[in-house]
Design a protein around this ligand. Structure first.
Ligand SMILES: NC(=O)c1ccc[n+]([C@@H]2O[C@H](COP(=O)([O-])OP(=O)(O)OC[C@H]3O[C@@H](n4cnc5c(N)ncnc54)[C@H](OP(=O)(O)O)[C@@H]3O)[C@@H](O)[C@H]2O)c1
Length: 308
């Protein structure tokens, strides 16, 4: 075999992925080559078109989850939770044709792969077809924050405050909770008033107390829990760091799980404009560290999306 053909073979057998070996912030993100895997029963391989940059990725690169003892990867940890792309191969029993446009979610902290990659192999049940009318970059911003917020039950006219309502999770919580009968007010920065009111929610910049429920999309934690009335409901966003309960307040924390069927409905809602799918900027995968630095500064509206 010639040198040229060996190189060509090895190129087709590997893909690029962004990982962290020893966490230390954005500078610790490395792009490495990973062997291509074939999809097994019920799985599909996806050529990734976009991977959203989320706060959880910044926390992982900073070593937060390593510090909590949640990661035991011997070599490296994969970055990225949600993705969009095109199916390139389907394993036995996976009912998605090559060429299907899909979006999906991979969950969990302790994994050597992630969506910051050129390719992914995932369960077909965990992805949903992206409707025409929603481009793949926008679709990549939907899964993590859309699938995270179905916790409150029926509102029956009760008052809900969503902190960080101009953020990805907060905006989805604001829209979906109204559909379940909550009267929603969004707490956000003054400059976000038009966006928050555009979600159909009320708007405030003042963290006043007395709410039947609070969804804490800004991760204000104790400060937000204190805004719930006695006997109300607090839904935090940090499953491993729920503020202590008191005054009869029931404390929950959103946890996200992959659910292709539910994601299909969320993608339809994004395609119709009912759910926002805001993209701040698209950067190449190689610039994952730059995206992390920019998100860390705060004030970003919409997601950075990495494109391999
Ligand atoms: N547990 C789970 O399964 C799960 C899933 C998804 C997300 N999350 C968590 O949910 C949180 C939100 O994620 P995201 O992607 O929605 O982030 P995001 O888009 O950055 O949204 C956060 C929003 O909160 C705003 N904010 C922060 N402090 C505020 C304050 N004092 N008053 C008003 N607004 C304030 C931010 O505004 P500025 O930018 O101006 O500060 C931003 O608009 C993160 O902590 C994330 O890790 C958890």
């Amino acid at each position: 075999m010639s040198t040229t053909s060996r190189t060509a073979t090895s190129r087709t057998a590997a893909f690029r992925s962004a990982v962290v070996r020893t966490p230390g912030g954005p500078d610790s993100i490395e792009i490495i080559d990973v062997p291509v895997a074939e999809p097994g029963p019920g799985q599909v391989r996806v050529a990734v078109a976009g991977a959203a940059v989320n706060p959880v990725d910044l926390a992982l690169a900073a070593g937060v989850f390593h510090g909590m003892g949640l990661i035991s990867q011997p070599e490296h940890t994969g970055l990225g939770w949600d993705f969009s792309g095109t199916v390139t191969a389907a394993g036995p029993g996976a009912d998605l044709a090559a060429g299907s446009r899909v979006a999906g979610l991979v969950t969990g902290f302790d994994r050597d792969y992630g969506t910051y990659a050129e390719q992914l192999v995932v369960a077909a049940d965990d992805v949903a077809v992206v409707p025409e009318g929603l481009d793949l970059v926008a679709a990549a911003t939907v899964p993590l924050n859309g699938l995270a917020v179905d916790l409150l039950g029926a509102g029956e006219g009760r008052n809900l405050l969503v902190t960080g309502a101009a953020g990805a999770l907060g905006a989805y919580a604001a829209v979906l909770a109204q559909e379940r009968g909550w009267r929603v007010t969004g707490l956000a920065r003054a400059g976000d008033e038009k966006f928050v009111r555009g979600l159909g929610a009320g708007f405030t910049t003042e963290a006043t107390p007395g709410w039947d429920a609070v969804v804490d999309g800004a991760a204000l934690q104790d400060q937000a829990a204190a805004l719930v009335r006695d006997g109300g409901v607090f839904v935090g966003v940090r499953p491993n760091a729920a503020p202590p309960a008191g005054r009869g307040v029931s404390v929950h924390a959103v946890e996200v799980r992959a659910d292709g069927a539910r994601l299909a409905g969320l993608l339809d809602a994004a395609a119709s404009g009912r759910l926002p799918a805001r993209v701040h900027a698209v950067l190449p995968l190689d610039e994952a560290a730059t995206a992390h630095r920019e998100v860390a500064k705060g004030g970003v509206r919409g997601k950075y999306v990495l494109r391999p």
